[in-house]
Design a protein around this ligand. Structure first.
Ligand code: K1U
Ligand code: ZN
Length: 167
């Protein structure tokens, strides 16, 4: 199965807003499969379709150590949340950059699964953080955009340097 190309910040395509999936077709199932392979290969604990330049509301998440607790969330919607926590986040689209972001500690998310069935997932801790991070991607938001303008400028300088060195 192909490993998909992950867009790198500040690629403008990371700012596109994803559209809702109207039906879970074989094409969506193939996308989910390829995104899952790409996330595990990276390795990462989450991936949003936006990051692989597909602008539909699909995310995959697996925060387990053994990569065997995959969650597929199509058209995810947070229906309730509680508490706040500051957590260090990373992003496969912003390699080598980690920063603290404040998020809800616990969330209830309504989503559609790979069979087209609606379900509700109760998440807290890292799983909740990761789902919120991935849902931001679907809205065209990258985690570094929560940081101060000065920190964002420093990150952009670091990423440009990385890209120059990779040539
Ligand atoms: O790019 C992404 O959206 C995936 C990102 C998810 C995430 C990580 C940490 C906090 C919030 C959201 C990553 O997976 S970055 C890589 C990473 O954190 C990791 C990689 C391997 C093992 C454990 C963690
Ligand atoms: Zn990310």
């Amino acid at each position: 199965m192909p490993i998909l190309n992950i867009l790198r910040y500040p690629d403008e395509r990371l700012h596109k807003v994803a559209t809702q999936v109207s039906e879970v077709t074989d094409e969506i199932r193939t996308l989910v499969h390829n995104m899952t392979e790409t996330m595990y290969a990276a390795p990462g604990i989450g991936l949003a379709a936006t990051q692989v330049n597909v602008h539909q509301c699909v995310i995959v998440v697996d925060v387990s150590d053994s990569q065997n607790e995959l969650q597929v969330l199509i058209n995810p919607e947070i229906i309730s949340s509680s508490g706040v926590s500051d957590n260090e986040e990373g992003c496969l689209s912003v390699p080598g950059v980690f920063a603290k972001v404040c998020r809800a500690h616990s969330i209830s998310v309504k989503a559609v699964d790979i069979n087209g069935q609606t379900y509700v997932l109760e998440a807290s801790g890292l799983l909740a953080v990761c789902i919120q991070h991935e849902m931001d991607h679907l809205l065209g938001k990258v985690f570094v955009e929560y940081l101060s303008p000065l920190k964002q400028k420093r990150i952009l300088t670091k990423l440009k340097k990385q890209q120059r060195n990779a040539m």
